[in-house]
Ligand binder design. Structure first.
Ligand code: HEC
Ligand code: HEC
Length: 199
């Protein structure tokens, strides 16, 4: 029922009024929040909807093994991150993961692929962190690959592995929104002082 009313609302107001793209609010949706710090926090909550997608978390795990699938199971086989987050000798990520997704010949599901394909370093692990903890970590050069905020924006908006989250191959739900909407949200968060939610 709720869905029907929503659909009706969209039909009446037209696409120009639709400010949610694939389940993610666009940055201008937050312009009504007058207090800049409050707006910054609200925008980051929206960014977090992408970050907590299995498409991102599966590659930003806490331990030494990637996760897989929408239900974030342990990766089968239980491969190890290895010294360079690229697998152990003899079992590198690229032993199985190519430069593009490959559909199973059975016609159901796929092996994800992109070049490069490797685990995020453990200091960039997100699984189990709260929204506030992820936010503080993202801003910390010691744990974000020595990036300033502009470089964090660039990575979110342009990086190919991040972009894979919206083209994950058959059998996986894409991350919410689009990479472009995510990039705009991250910019809006930075422009409002990059304030982190509490907790
Ligand atoms: C196949 C694995 C993989 C996937 C999938 C992946 N990442 Fe990453 N991510 C990495 C690696 C590897 C790095 C480290 C690269 C570097 O520092 O240049 C990284 C680093 C990052 C960074 C910069 C450092 C930091 O943590 O502050 C951000 C931001 C990021 N990823 C966002 C995302 C988002 C958002 C998604 C999902 C839409 C995602 N990633 C999906 C592997 C992945
Ligand atoms: C022996 C082959 C093999 C190796 C080696 C391997 N993978 Fe995988 N991986 C797979 C297969 C097959 C899947 C798809 C499983 C499925 O969902 O059907 C997969 C899925 C994944 C996923 C899940 C994507 C998602 O969002 O559902 C991630 C992340 C991943 N692998 C990362 C890695 C990383 C990082 C390495 C190296 C440390 C690695 N894999 C090494 C075979 C492998």
């Amino acid at each position: 029922m709720k869905r029907m009313i929503l659909a009706l609302g969209l039909a009446l107001t037209g696409p120009a009024m639709a400010e949610t793209v694939n389940g993610l609010k666009t940055a201008d949706e937050f312009e009504g929040i007058e207090n800049e710090a409050e707006r910054s926090v609200a925008v980051f909550q929206e960014v977090f909807k992408v970050i907590e997608s299995p498409r991102c978390l599966n590659c930003h795990p806490k331990g030494d093994t990637p996760l897989q699938g929408d239900d974030m199971q342990q990766h089968m086989p239980p491969v190890q991150r290895g010294a360079a987050d690229f697998g152990a000798p003899g079992m590198y990520c690229t032993t199985c993961h190519g430069s593009a997704n490959v559909a199973y010949t059975s016609g159901k599901g796929s092996i994800p692929g992109h070049s490069p394909w490797q685990l995020a370093p453990v200091e960039m692990a997100w699984v189990g962190l709260s929204v506030g903890e992820v936010c503080e970590q993202l801003k910390d050069p010691a744990r974000n690959g020595d990036r300033d905020l502009d470089e964090i924006h660039e990575h979110m908006a342009e990086d190919g592995l991040v972009g894979w989250g919206w083209h994950p191959g058959d059998g996986r739900t894409p991350a919410p929104g689009t990479q472009e909407v995510l990039g705009d949200l991250v910019q809006a968060w930075i422009d409002t002082g990059a304030i982190c939610p509490q907790g």
